[in-house]
Design a protein around this ligand. Sequence first.
Ligand code: GLN
Length: 203
Amino acid sequence: MTKAHIGILAVQGGVREHERTLDQLGVIHRQVRRPEHLKGIDGLILPGGESTTMSRLLELGGLLEPLREALAGGLPAYGTCAGMILLANEALDHRADAQQLNALDITVRRNAFGRQVDSFEAELDFQGIEAPVPAVFIRAPWVERVGEGVEKLATVPAGPSEGAVVAVRQGNVLATSFHPEVTGDTRIHRYFLAMVQKSTARL
Ligand code: GLN
């Protein structure tokens, strides 16, 4: 489908599910654990996991600044859940010493859906994708503020959290509160790969 080389940030979290999804799509990928692994990739996926731990490991491994630079330089990126939290400019209910990659002008709230609804599923209308997208939320964040130039791509359709923003895009950066990599539905990954393809074409 594509000749793009996709990196998957692999310091912690649900790396394998993204690898499996990319395998399914025939996309070349590699794990990004050290700064040198960023060399030559056309896009980066930041998986779900524990954003405080990921932030700490990025610092310890010397990946934080190289990642910030790559993103500031226009590297296409897709963050799921904890990955969304890392990409955001600001995260609420986060540890004071947690680091942000500042690649998305949004404010997210961690574990926003509350303890009672730790995990749930919903069918979402997703801007740019035709039929509803199945979405699995696991201790997910939501987006409380979007800056100028940030598109809202999906919101929670019903229930106590109706209207909560759960998918956004700003230029080359995509983020979802939920985990398409666990549903077997590859459309959001394909959406991201199309972004990567366009951005490569522009270089
Ligand atoms: N609650 C986690 C965090 O704040 C995110 C959960 C997930 O990635 N599934 O890092």
